[in-house]
Design a protein around this ligand. Structure first.
Ligand SMILES: [Mn+2]
Length: 368
C-alpha cells in the first residue's frame, strides 16, 4: 500500500484505500458462526456498501446452531452464504473476520491467503503476511473494532446494524464481564441508544428445543468436579456450540474457577474452556490440550478446540477425550484424586469409578 494512502488516517481509511477499485468482496466468518463474527461481517459489508461496492458476500462454514443465533440472523435479516455455495475464485478481495488464516476454525481453503484480516484473537504469523490485518487481542469483540471503523468513517449505523454489533459485543464479552478495555465500553455506550430493544429481546429469548434442556441435564449428570474445576463429557451433540454455553453455565457455580466441556458433533470432538481467573490464559490451555491432535485457541477467559475423529473407533474416541481431560487437569493443576460428580451430596467423594479418567495409553504418547 502506498505510504500516502494511510498517512494520518485510521485503520478504516487504510482499509478502504487498500480495497480501492476492487469490486467483488467475500467476507468469511468463522465456522459455526457466533453473533460476534456475524455482526463484524455484517458491519464490514455495510462499510463496503456505503463506500460504493456492489458485490459483497458473507460466507461461513459449519452450522448456525443455537436458537439465539438463528433468531439473530433471521430477525436482523443478515444474508449468509454457506461455503458449499461459494466459489472463492470469483472474488477479488477475501476477508476474514473474528478468525485468522490457518486457525482451523474457518472454511477458507489453506492455500488461499486472505487480503484482509480483522480479529481480536492472539495474532498469528500467517496474518502478518496479509496485505491488511488489524488484530487486537485485548479487545473483547471484533464487533468493537468494526464499531470503531464505522465511527472513524462517519458512516451510518442503522438499527439493524447497531443491534447486531451490540449483541455481538455483549455475547462475546459475556455482558462486558470478560472485557478489559475501555474501547468495549465506548462501543457499548455508542451502540446502545441505536439498538432495537424489542428485536434484541426476541433474539435473546427464543423458543428452545426440548433436546437442548435434556442435553443440559445430561451434561450436569456427567460433570465431575476436581477441586475448583469441572469437567463435563457431553457425549453426542446436536449443535457444536452447546459446549461453550455449558462451560459458561457451569463456571457460575460457587467455588468453580475452571470448566472444560467436550462433546462430539459429526466427526469432530468439540471442547470449550472457561476460567474466571485473571490472566489465566484459557486460550493457551486450549492450545495445549489439542496439541498434536487438533486445533484450538481463544482468549484469556474463554477458548475452544476441535479434534478430528473421522474413522476412529468409539474406544479410540473415548481415549482422545481422556487425553484432553488429562491434559486439562494437569495444566489447571488440580488434584485428580479429589474428584466427585457434581450431583453427589456435599462431602461425599466420587462413588462411580467407571467414570474415572483413564490415563493415556498407547497410540498418542502423553504430552505430545
Ligand atoms: Mn469474537
Amino acid at each position: 500500500m502506498a505510504l500516502q494512502d494511510g498517512l494520518n488516517q485510521g485503520p478504516a481509511h487504510r482499509l478502504l484505500a487498500y480495497v480501492g477499485q476492487k469490486r467483488s468482496i467475500l467476507i468469511m466468518c468463522h465456522n459455526n458462526p457466533d453473533p460476534d463474527t456475524i455482526a463484524a461481517a455484517f458491519a464490514l459489508k455495510s462499510i463496503f456498501l456505503q463506500a460504493g461496492k456492489r458485490k459483497v458476500t458473507i460466507g461461513y462454514g459449519g452450522i448456525i446452531g443455537r436458537a439465539e443465533n438463528r433468531q439473530f440472523v433471521r430477525r436482523l435479516k443478515i444474508d449468509l452464504t454457506h461455503v458449499r455455495e461459494i466459489d472463492f475464485r470469483v472474488y477479488s478481495v477475501i476477508c476474514l473476520v473474528d478468525t485468522q488464516p490457518h486457525t482451523g476454525n474457518n472454511a477458507l481453503p489453506q492455500n488461499i491467503l486472505p487480503h484482509i484480516v480483522i480479529d481480536h484473537h492472539p495474532l498469528r504469523r500467517e496474518s502478518t503476511k496479509c496485505p491488511f490485518f488489524d488484530v487486537r487481542p485485548k479487545y473483547g469483540s471484533s464487533s468493537t473494532i468494526l464499531t470503531e471503523y464505522l465511527r472513524e468513517l462517519n458512516f451510518t449505523v442503522g438499527r439493524r446494524l447497531a443491534t447486531a454489533l451490540f449483541y455481538g459485543l455483549k455475547t462475546d464479552t459475556n455482558e462486558l464481564l470478560r472485557s478489559t478495555v475501555k474501547a468495549d465500553l465506548d462501543a457499548f455506550t455508542f451502540l446502545f441508544p441505536k439498538t432495537a430493544p424489542r428485536t434484541l429481546a426476541a433474539i435473546e429469548n427464543p423458543s428452545i428445543p426440548k433436546s437442548y434442556f435434556l442435553k443440559f441435564a445430561d451434561a450436569i449428570d456427567n460433570s465431575i468436579q476436581y477441586q475448583d474445576a469441572i469437567v463435563s463429557q457431553m457425549g453426542k451433540l446436536t449443535t457444536p456450540d452447546i459446549v461453550g454455553e455449558m462451560a459458561d453455565f457451569l463456571l457460575r457455580m460457587e467455588g468453580i474457577r475452571w470448566t472444560l466441556c467436550l462433546g462430539e458433533y459429526q466427526d469432530d470432538l468439540y471442547m470449550s474452556v472457561r476460567t474466571s481467573r485473571r490472566r489465566r490464559m484459557a486460550g493457551m490451555t486450549a492450545l495445549r490440550i489439542v496439541h498434536g491432535l487438533g486445533t484450538g485457541g481463544g482468549h484469556e477467559k474463554a477458548a475452544a478446540g476441535k479434534i478430528p475423529l473421522k474413522g476412529l473407533s468409539p474406544e479410540r474416541r473415548q481415549e482422545i477425550s481422556s487425553i484432553a481431560i488429562d491434559r486439562f487437569l494437569k495444566i489447571v493443576g488440580v488434584n485428580r484424586k479429589e474428584s466427585k460428580p457434581i450431583t453427589a451430596p456435599p462431602g461425599v467423594q466420587r462413588k462411580k469409578p467407571e467414570k474415572d479418567v483413564t490415563p493415556p495409553t498407547n497410540g498418542i504418547p502423553p504430552g505430545e
